[in-house]
Design a protein around this ligand. Structure first.
Ligand SMILES: C[S@@+](CC[C@H](N)C(=O)[O-])C[C@H]1O[C@@H](n2cnc3c(N)ncnc32)[C@H](O)[C@@H]1O
Length: 216
């Protein structure tokens, strides 16, 4: 068995993930993809694909001429996602890799767009710049990065008890709460992306930020 706690955790919950989390998260995840707007014929990467809902939507959007790739640390998630894609008849246009990010296991300049939902906030704060640098490296010039993430409350927005609770739990019990809200817009800009679209939605009062950025 793997000694990586994230891999073990997501392997264990892979079959229950949709029941546990996707009922709440799907609205923001789907809105993120609408804003990223994958086009027919594009080559698109999903980082942390989970149970594969976004991979399926991307595969349908890029069509038979397009290409989809996904990377996730969990082979359990890969099995669930592959089954979904197989049942929808689009597995042949999707390449799934099990790997611990970063790095991203692709050459430079491979993708027109990258999608990442409820995944960037799982990485340690000091690792997030490396994840985004890898996204820049594998994006083609002019490519788009779309990220959906639990976010810290923006200046002027109402307080969220849930946001504070997540931050406290992640600080004190990181083995139980593996994610923490992040200032997504600032994080993405600091990594050298120009934000072209941004929205915020609530998840049970927790702010969720959605951004699309292009490398500057
Ligand atoms: C909270 S789930 C979100 C899944 C999916 N993006 C969604 O929105 O439903 C996070 C996913 O990231 C994957 N993950 C966590 N840490 C990772 C890492 N270091 N490298 C690659 N994938 C990772 C997990 O296995 C899991 O599938």
């Amino acid at each position: 068995m793997s000694s990586n706690p994230a891999e073990q955790f997501y392997d264990r919950i892979s079959h229950a993930y949709d029941l546990i989390a996707d009922g709440g998260e799907h609205v923001a995840r789907e809105r993120g993809l609408q804003l990223l707007a994958p086009q027919a014929g594009e080559s698109v990467l999903e980082v942390g694909f989970g149970t594969g809902h976004s991979l399926l939507a991307i595969a349908e959007a890029v069509g038979a001429e397009g290409k989809v790739a996904g990377v996730d640390i969990s082979s359990g998630m890969k099995d669930v996602a592959a089954k979904r894609l197989q049942q929808a008849g689009v597995l042949d246009r999707v390449s799934l890799i099990v790997s611990d990010v970063p790095p991203l296991p692709w050459e430079d300049n491979q993708f027109d767009a990258i999608s990442m939902s409820f995944t960037l906030e799982l990485f340690a704060s000091e690792t997030i710049p490396a994840v985004l640098a890898e996204c820049r490296r594998v994006l083609r010039p002019g490519g788009r990065l779309g990220v959906v993430s639990m976010a810290t409350v923006a200046d002027g927005d109402p307080e969220s008890v849930l946001e504070k609770t997540y931050i406290w739990m992640h600080t004190h019990f990181p083995h139980i709460v593996d994610c923490q809200p992040i200032p997504l817009e600032t994080v993405v800009e600091s990594a050298g992306f120009e934000i072209t679209k941004q929205e915020r939605v609530d998840l049970f009062t927790m702010p969720v930020a959605i951004v699309v950025g292009v490398p500057q």
